[in-house]
Write a protein that binds this ligand. Structure first.
Ligand SMILES: [Ca+2]
Ligand SMILES: [Ca+2]
Ligand SMILES: [Ca+2]
Ligand SMILES: [Ca+2]
Length: 444
């Protein structure tokens, strides 16, 4: 088995080189000029994932709704992920019927900072999951008027004769039709008008049949996932490949259709929130007004999956994921870590409940007195009573050489939302960083 894995990993490394080559996405993307450019930070959010890695007929230990956050709740650490969003002048695709009502968004790839997390995997040992920009810009659509868009994404992902396929599913108006498009780099096809969920044309599978408010939006962020494992001195590439982030301010739903597989039927639903306060001021956005207070915050969500995604000959990945991102514009950034637009005692309490607790995957040397779990020394030969599998594929000799450089499990109740300085430990610094903004609010 060890040799099999080593071989598979070697071919994966070859394969990922190919997969990581940037590919042009959406050549017909409208090149409208940028009139506003703002920096947004993810103040809160979640990422839940179901993962099953296949090597030949060998199904390696699955992770259900807990990866890449192996031993703690799947909250994002605040203030880590960020990006610049460029806003175009408002366009009128209806030639005078509606007036200017669509703004095109561009996310320069150089500005994208995404997930970087270390956790323990029974299969791979200490594992680092990074989501990195591909070299292609993200792109999006923002609808300024109520009722002109239907931006929900209801998708079922399956595998047809070796090829992963995304299908629209109910209540999508195109349930059963293919959703993903090669022309858009695998993202759902926005139709011949190049605008997802734009109702006057209604030429795509976005939506749930209920028109959405002003400030509704779809955003495509092309990322690549890089999974590495710790060999004691460095991170070895395990596998990697494209990671699509199709985001909506509406509802996102995905179900994996993989008869006979562990992930069959796994599904997730997430609900976003339109751009504030465009929602309360439809049509009022003036991109040339320097003092405009609009588009202060937004909640984007994504639900997606890859079924039997081939990472290398004989190696497949089943992956179902749901993501939510609460993005706030920089001048309005406050530690509203529970996402209700005001810093209250509820935010401070999140830090209080987590006080002096440590995250998984932090360097053990930074944690005085840390004792690895009892099975650590014999991880290659000890069966995990919960999974019935060995704790790890690493030879026991590696343990003697490499020691236990990272903590294996998070302390129970560790809550990453409160880790303001992203050091894997909740302490007085974090409490103060939240409390000093007490009662500050984003919405006036
Ligand atoms: Ca369309
Ligand atoms: Ca809708
Ligand atoms: Ca709050
Ligand atoms: Ca901290």
């Amino acid at each position: 088995m060890k040799n099999k894995i080593a071989l598979a990993f070697a071919s994966l490394m070859l394969m990922t080189t190919v997969l990581f080559a940037p590919t042009a996405i959406a050549p017909e993307w409208p090149p409208f000029p940028t009139v506003q450019s703002d920096h947004y930070t993810v103040v809160g959010g979640t990422a839940e994932t179901c993962v099953q890695l296949w090597m030949g007929t060998l199904a390696l230990s699955p992770m259900e709704w807990n990866c890449p956050f192996g031993s703690r709740a799947p909250y994002f650490t605040p203030m880590v992920q960020m990006q610049t969003i460029n806003f175009s002048v408002a366009i009128d695709p209806t030639e005078g019927v509606l007036g200017p009502c669509v703004v095109f968004l561009t996310v320069p790839w150089q500005s994208i900072v995404s997930v970087d997390h270390v956790f323990w995997s029974d299969t791979l040992g200490f594992t680092r999951v990074q989501l990195l920009p591909t070299g292609d810009d993200g792109m999006g659509w923002l609808y300024l008027l109520p009722g002109i868009s239907d931006v929900d994404m209801y998708v079922a992902n399956t595998n047809v004769e070796g090829t992963p396929v995304s299908l629209w599913t109910g209540p999508s108006p195109m349930a059963g039709a293919v959703a993903s498009s090669p022309a858009w780099g695998g993202f759902p096809d926005p139709g011949v008008d190049n605008m997802p969920g734009f109702l006057p044309t209604s030429d795509d599978g976005f939506g749930d049949g209920i028109p959405d408010p002003a400030g509704s939006s779809v955003l495509f962020i092309p990322l690549q996932m890089m999974v590495t494992s710790w060999n004691g001195t460095d991170w070895d590439l395990v596998f990697g490949g494209p990671f699509l982030l199709p985001l909506t301010t509406g509802t996102a739903y995905d179900i994996a259709v993989a008869p006979g597989d562990w992930v069959d039927g796994k599904n997730i639903t997430k609900t976003g929130h339109p751009w504030m306060n465009l929602m309360d001021n439809p049509g009022m956005w003036d991109p040339y007004e320097p003092a405009n207070e609009l588009k202060k915050w937004v909640k984007y969500v994504c639900a997606w999956s890859f079924i039997r995604y081939q990472m290398a000959p004989g190696v497949w990945l089943d992956l179902v994921y749901g993501v939510s991102e609460y993005k706030v514009k920089d001048p309005h950034l406050i530690p509203d870590i529970n996402g209700d637009q005001t810093v209250t005692i509820a935010d401070v309490r999140i830090a209080g409940r987590s006080y002096d607790l440590y995250d998984e995957g932090i360097p053990a040397s930074s944690r005085p007195g840390y004792e690895p779990p009892w099975w650590w020394e014999d991880q290659a030969t000890t069966l995990n009573p919960e999974t019935g599998m060995y704790y790890g594929p690493y030879p026991a000799a590696w343990v003697a050489v490499f020691g236990c450089p990272y903590t294996v499990f998070a302390d129970p109740d560790f809550d990453a939302r409160a880790d303001m300085n992203n050091n894997g430990h909740i302490n007085i610094y974090d409490v103060r960083a939240i409390a000093k903004h007490y009662l500050e609010t984003i919405d006036p």
